[in-house]
Design a protein around this ligand. Sequence first.
Ligand code: FAD
Length: 117
Amino acid sequence: HLGNETIKAELGRASWKLFHTILARYPEKPTAEEREALSSYIYLFSRVYPCGECASHFQKLLKKFPPQTSSRIAASQWGCHVHNQVNSRLGKKIFDCGTIAEKYQCGCVDDGDVGAT
Ligand code: FAD
């Protein structure tokens, strides 16, 4: 039967926001444990994401483009790349991955955000 595209899109925007913000605040020099935690988070996210069609496409994308966890830049650029893969499949515009550090701030006190309060 038909899903609800408005609700699916809203969930997608909220999910991508959290996803990119996590990657943009990931350590610049992660420990082995931090790398394992991020990798697990991403694979578990792809299993529990509550739109079955989205989750199964995302799992295929992870097979093709495994999560990059070696540094903040590697992880956040990887995230931008996989979101662009989804954008392209859905006929959306390709996003400029050079802008993600400014765009995805957490408002945290301890991380040198520009403009964080
Ligand atoms: P979104 O794609 O939600 O992006 C939100 C905002 O993020 C954009 O406005 C832009 O400012 C920014 N942005 C865009 N591209 C990037 C990027 N590459 N890197 C960083 N920031 C960016 N919907 C389906 O219909 N079918 C699917 O199979 C499907 N699979 C999905 C899989 C996952 C894992 C997720 C999280 C969502 C999926 N969605 C899917 C939802 C879909 O990706 C969009 O979230 C939804 O269509 C709303 O799109 P939007 O145009 O508002 O922008």
